[in-house]
Design a binder for this molecule. Structure first.
Ligand code: SF4
Length: 127
């Protein structure tokens, strides 16, 4: 064993250059990064290792709308470990038409303080 406990490679998505950054976490817990062309990439990998987050996009049922579903997304990225639970919450959610783009569909998703908003408008169904 060469003392390396964990080694992982990331492609930085901050800019189009797409640097391949290798992160090594040794047995003492020291993190070494290589391959980044700038500090933004190193910050990106640190966050990916310590607190990975993603914007969640999905859809929610709409009652009485011209369409049965409205597309939604979290306003900002949520912890990746909560994604499956968040999808389950939103699968059971139902909103009522009309829905306007940007409307909050679920507030404070799973206690994250992050809202889920509609990404399109759904008018009422014409009778
Ligand atoms: S490390 Fe810097 S230069 Fe490389 S892709 Fe990330 S932001 Fe761009």
């Amino acid at each position: 064993m060469n003392g390396v406990e964990q080694r992982k490679t990331y492609i930085c998505t901050i800019c189009p250059k797409g640097c391949e950054i290798t992160a090594k976490l040794d047995q003492a817990g020291e993190l070494t990064l290589s391959g980044a062309s700038c500090n933004k990439g190193e910050d990106y990998v640190r966050k990916e290792m310590l607190d990975p987050r993603r914007i969640l996009t999905t859809s929610v049922l709409v009652a009485g709308g011209s369409e049965p579903l409205v597309s939604v997304r979290t306003q900002t990225a949520i912890p990746r470990r909560l994604i499956l639970e968040a999808v389950a919450v939103l699968r059971n959610e139902k909103t009522i038409a009309p829905v306007r783009q940007g409307q909050i569909i679920v507030s404070d998703l799973l206690g994250t303080g992050i809202d889920v908003i509609a990404t399109k408008s759904i008018p009422r169904q014409k009778s």
